[in-house]
Ligand binder design. Sequence first.
Ligand SMILES: *Cc1c(COP(=O)(O)O)cnc(C)c1O
Length: 229
Amino acid sequence: MVDCNSGASIAQRIATLRQRVPASVRLIAVSKYISPEMMRQAYAAGIRDFGENRIQEAQAKRGELADLTDITWHFIGHLQANKVRAALETFDWIHTVDSLKLAQRLQALIPAVQNSPKLLLQVKLRPDPQKYGWTISELTAALPELDQLTELNIQGLMTILPLGLTPAEQLLVFQELHNLAETWQHQAWQHLSFQELSMGMSSDYPFALQAQTTMIRLGQVIFGPRSIP
Ligand SMILES: *Cc1c(COP(=O)(O)O)cnc(C)c1O
């Protein structure tokens, strides 16, 4: 259940979250469909990381919030091949590298764009036809090739839970991702790093914190329910 604390202001909700989230965890405010005015309220309450899942919406907001120069912008949606250049130009982090083809396209375009965002590999730990991402066996097979893509700044793993898991299963899946990252972090790669974990949304973030995530992506618990047109 998402407790949106509906009477509270954005600042109050962020203050409550700050008491639950360790300072070492990056708290990303997911601002898809949220107005720049509400994002300014979150900024005023201390948020410096914003997550968006559509490129054009993010570009427009970057323009409207250009005076807030210390925002870190995170792309958390599925990245289509024809949007890769725009994503590279717009974001500081891309959480959703979900195929070798996409990784190769990023590798090809980064030198031309002269911006190299930090990247996370999106992992699908349970079968879920609704979601993009590598299965563990697919990613295990792809890692040696990813390690050769020297333009890429791969920092870790990201996951989105499928719907319908029990709380115990949610925790288990997050712990599996943590263990996977720890195993891979101890292997000798040229470029790959697995020190970052992006997991946990409004409905499940306490379990992600328990599983030692380094970033959580929260929308509704900060901004309230989204009204999607
Ligand atoms: C929308 C979204 C979130 C935030 O979801 P909430 O339930 O609003 O916290 C987090 N991660 C991804 C990938 C999303 O698309």
